[in-house]
Design a protein around this ligand. Structure first.
Ligand code: MF3
Ligand code: CO
Ligand code: CO
Length: 275
């Protein structure tokens, strides 16, 4: 049985209880999430052919430092970078390195800043130069699946409504939904209850209530849904090496829907794609 708790009353560890936040928390999350969104906006000018993912990582670190924020991934469970950079068939948790981006790549950049103790978690896909039509189509489908998941959020429905909206759309487009990773509660903790599945049925999962804050971050593949994690312990890739894409927003549940905290201030939610 799932229980809910006033976020101000709860201890700071994931006990499985779902935190309900008030106006002050929403304001703190708005600020952290908007800093993350501004960094993702700026990265549209950085993610170009020839740039290494380590250079992207450094940019994310410096941008955070310049604005009083720390990347949440730094030293998180042994992870040592400021961002995740997941290229082509990498599903998520790609580790920045010295390899340059190449024309035609699609790269997900996932940034989480901690600002005044609040975590702003968001990711977008970046086309590197000219990309193939199939890649462009996958990016469009993945972003649309995220927005359909977000549109399903309102008090009284279950979290399964989000998964159902995403899975129904993605599979109708002959794509597949990755099962091995999910969205999550977020706030003063980076990863908190509940898990937000990107597949399933509307009558599954806990009830969504006003004041909940969580991420939605579907990973959609052109091929089969199965993934494997490489020997570095982080990099998740599609088993069939098919192309994979992901977009992520952090949202807060309101009386009649939700507020997207990580929306792009520059209208760059889909960098390089038609708005
Ligand atoms: N930002 C990722 C998420 O969306 C988590 C990255 S954890 C790391 O939840 F350690 F891989 F960086
Ligand atoms: Co996340
Ligand atoms: Co993220």
């Amino acid at each position: 049985m799932v229980t809910y708790i006033d976020a101000d009353q709860a201890i700071l560890k994931n006990t499985g209880q779902i935190r309900l936040y008030g106006a002050e928390a929403f304001e703190g999350m708005r600020k952290a999430c908007q800093l993350t969104a501004r960094c993702l906006d700026a990265l549209a000018e950085v993610a170009k052919p020839g740039v290494t993912t380590n250079e992207i990582d450094r940019f994310v670190f410096e941008f955070g430092m310049d604005h009083g924020a720390l990347p949440a991934t730094l030293n998180y469970r042994g992870y040592t970078k400021s961002t995740c950079t997941s290229i082509n068939h990498v599903v998520c948790h790609g580790i920045p390195n010295e390899k340059p981006l190449r024309e035609g790549d699609v790269v997900n950049i996932d940034v989480t800043y901690v600002l005044d103790g609040w975590h702003g978690d968001s990711s977008r896909m970046y086309p590197v130069g000219e990309i193939k039509r199939a890649a462009e189509r996958l990016l469009e489908i993945t972003h649309e699946s995220l927005m359909l998941g977000i549109a399903a959020v309102k008090p009284g429905v279950r979290t399964g409504a989000i998964g159902e909206a995403i899975q129904t759309f993605a599979e109708a487009e002959r794509c597949s939904v990755v099962r091995d990773f999910c969205g999550h509660g977020v706030g003063r903790l980076f990863h908190d209850a509940p898990n937000i599945l990107h597949y399933g049925r509307a009558n599954e999962g806990p009830e969504i209530r006003e004041g909940m804050i969580f991420t939605i971050e579907p990973m959609i593949n052109l091929g089969r849904p199965h993934v494997k994690v490489l020997s570095d312990g982080w990099t998740a890739v599609t088993r069939d090496r098919s192309l994979s894409a992901q977009y992520e927003h952090t949202v807060g549940v309101t009386a009649d829907g939700c507020e997207i905290f990580t929306l792009s201030p520059g209208g760059l939610d889909k960098p390089g794609l038609p708005k």
